[in-house]
Design a protein. Structure first.
Length: 305
């Protein structure tokens, strides 16, 4: 059993992994690939150790110190590479009784905050590729599961589904955002400088919330729709006023592209647009490096840390 605590090299990616975690490592990072036998990994490790001894003429205490440093640094690198940033999960009630789950990366309460709002049939994980990117830029980053999605499926103690949300209740999605900002103010005394970054449904929710809350200093609307789930954006730019707007869309998605153009043409200050030619949805747009970098540059200009 002592061998389970040994570090071994993954033949697929070269990462060092605890032997007892090798199957989990393969499931998460090499799905569909059969993990090698433990005996084979231990033999590889033994050969590696023998090679290390032959190539490095260290002796005594000096060798022990250097190897200890390597082990500790390798452990640090492994844990950070494997797990990355871990947002804090929190929950709060909205004014109409929904219990919403949100996920926070708060590094400095004086810094501006980005609120990420997902599309239809998604949850907060849609923005996983953006968390570390925006956090590294100095922003606080918050995502949430909009009502009816992810873990946000409880209202006044009763479980609900999307089918339980009536047409006239779709506008209440903005209450999920309002509840999050109240939670941040009450629990973190956070700087009231926010940007809403939404995709599809989330773009409409963020835009409509921003109309009535001037703490929102800018919006980024990815694959926006003038009408989605009865959330119309027809008068958005007029009511939003002179605050920066960025639109992102695929030219091969006629509805999103025309909606983005309409919003862009109506913007009054700090407008930016970024279009890609691939026929892709909002979910795929989020995975494009050009989009991530373009949004980051827009935020640097309109909501600097």
């Amino acid at each position: 059993m002592a061998s389970k605590g040994r570090w071994v090299v993954c033949p697929e990616c070269g990462n060092r992994v605890l032997l007892r975690n090798i199957k989990k490592h393969y499931r998460e990072h090499h799905p569909g690939v059969q993990p090698p036998r433990e005996s084979e990994l231990l033999k590889r490790e033994k050969r590696w150790e023998q090679s290390l001894k032959e190539r490095i003429p260290w002796r005594g205490i000096a060798a022990a110190i250097v190897i200890s440093i390597l082990i500790l640094s390798g452990f640090w690198w492994y844990t950070h590479r494997e797990e990355g940033l871990k947002p804090k999960e929190v929950g709060f009630f909205t004014e109409d009784g929904m219990y919403i789950f949100a996920y926070l990366l708060i590094q400095d309460t004086s810094h501006p905050t980005i609120v990420l709002l997902h599309d239809l049939n998604q949850d907060h994980h849609a923005f996983d590729p953006y968390l570390e990117y925006f956090y590294s830029m100095g922003y606080n980053v918050c995502t949430l599961d909009l009502r009816g999605y992810g873990k946000s499926v409880w209202k006044r103690g009763e479980r609900i589904t999307l089918q339980d949300i009536q047409d006239h209740e779709y506008a209440n999605y903005t209450k999920d955002v309002g509840g999050l900002l109240r939670y941040l103010k009450n629990n973190y005394e956070i700087s009231e400088r926010f940007t809403m970054l939404g995709a599809g449904l989330g773009a409409s929710v963020g835009a409509l919330y921003a109309v009535h809350d001037t703490k929102v200093k800018s919006v980024v609307l990815i694959s926006p729709q003038m009408e989605i789930m009865h959330l119309g954006l027809y008068r958005f730019t007029e009511e939003y006023g002179a605050r920066p707007i960025m639109v992102v869309a695929s030219t091969q998605n006629p509805s999103a592209h025309s909606s983005a153009e309409r919003i862009y043409e109506g913007a009054k200050d700090g407008r930016e647009r970024l279009y890609v030619d691939d026929p892709i949805t909002s979910v795929h747009l989020l995975s494009i490096e050009k989009v991530r970098v373009g949004v980051g540059e827009f935020l640097n200009e309109t909501l600097p840390v």
